[in-house]
Design a protein around this ligand. Structure first.
Ligand code: UDP
Length: 239
């Protein structure tokens, strides 16, 4: 069992649900708290890239159920993630941390385009790079994009923060009161057992490329810093 992991560069996935504080829209105090934790880790020397979700604004699949065209709804979802990116950028800069937002959909007035080699340079200079607009493609999720970005910019691990659950369980803890939290699991086991805390596409991308993942809960003081530092938290998923 791995006691402590030491990461130089990580990809942190933050869900939109967290940014909304459980509601539609933005909960600035929550975003400030997350920014303070990221700032602390960066000051201590970690290189941090972030993928931000957008579930606090729109989810394509939900809008589709309400009668919208799926692809157009997915683009709305992607645009929502960019609003969260700008909020995180603002609070990080208030903490004195330099940041760059890079988006998968071009919008030059608010963000750089996604340029992986430039993102790596930013990280090497101690800037936090915040990736918005997902993959820029409908039918993808920000979990899958997190795995892809982590691989492309050569992160040591992808840290999947979740709200309302503190790791991977052997069955859904929201429906099964006897569900047990796992300290470690392999991607193969997670996929085979149909554990859906993270998308199967993200699991399989990480498995095929041997990228470790930590699934951890946002609830709990300092959890983001702990995950970035490689402390034993949540569930470690490995190939
Ligand atoms: N989305 C997409 N392609 C992507 C990433 C996101 O179409 O590459 C859309 C999709 O509609 C999704 C929404 O953006 O529902 C918000 O992202 P997600 O649901 O992953 O956010 P989270 O649940 O992490 O807040």
């Amino acid at each position: 069992v791995t006691e402590s992991r030491s990461y130089r560069r990580v990809l942190l996935k933050l869900s939109g649900e967290v940014f909304g504080g459980g509601k539609v829209g933005l909960a600035p105090d929550v975003v400030r708290g997350v920014a303070q934790q990221i700032a602390k880790a960066v000051r201590a020397g970690s290189q941090v890239a972030v993928v931000v979700g957008g579930g606090n604004f729109f989810r394509g699949a939900e809008l589709q159920q309400q009668g919208m065209d799926r692809t157009r709804a997915d683009y709305m979802g992607m645009l929502g993630t960019v609003m969260n990116c700008l909020a995180l950028q603002d609070f990080l800069e208030k903490e004195g941390i330099e940041t760059r937002v890079q988006t998968a959909i071009a919008m030059g007035q608010v963000a750089e385009p996604y340029i992986p080699r430039r993102a790596i340079r930013h990280l090497e200079k101690g800037r936090v790079v915040i990736f918005g607009a997902g993959a820029g493609m409908p039918f993808f999720s920000t979990d899958t994009v997190s795995a892809q970005r982590a691989l492309e910019i050569k992160c040591d691990a992808v840290l999947m923060s979740k709200s309302g659950v503190d790791g991977v369980y052997d069955s859904d803890p929201r429906t099964n009161p006897d569900a047990k939290k796992l300290d470690e699991i392999t991607y193969g086991e997670a996929i085979q057992q149909g554990l859906r805390v993270v998308d199967a596409a993200a699991f399989s991308l990480c498995r095929d490329n041997k990228l470790p993942m930590v699934v951890f809960g946002m609830e709990g003081e300092g959890n983001v810093v702990r995950a970035i530092r490689g402390e034993k938290i949540g569930t470690l998923v490995t190939a």
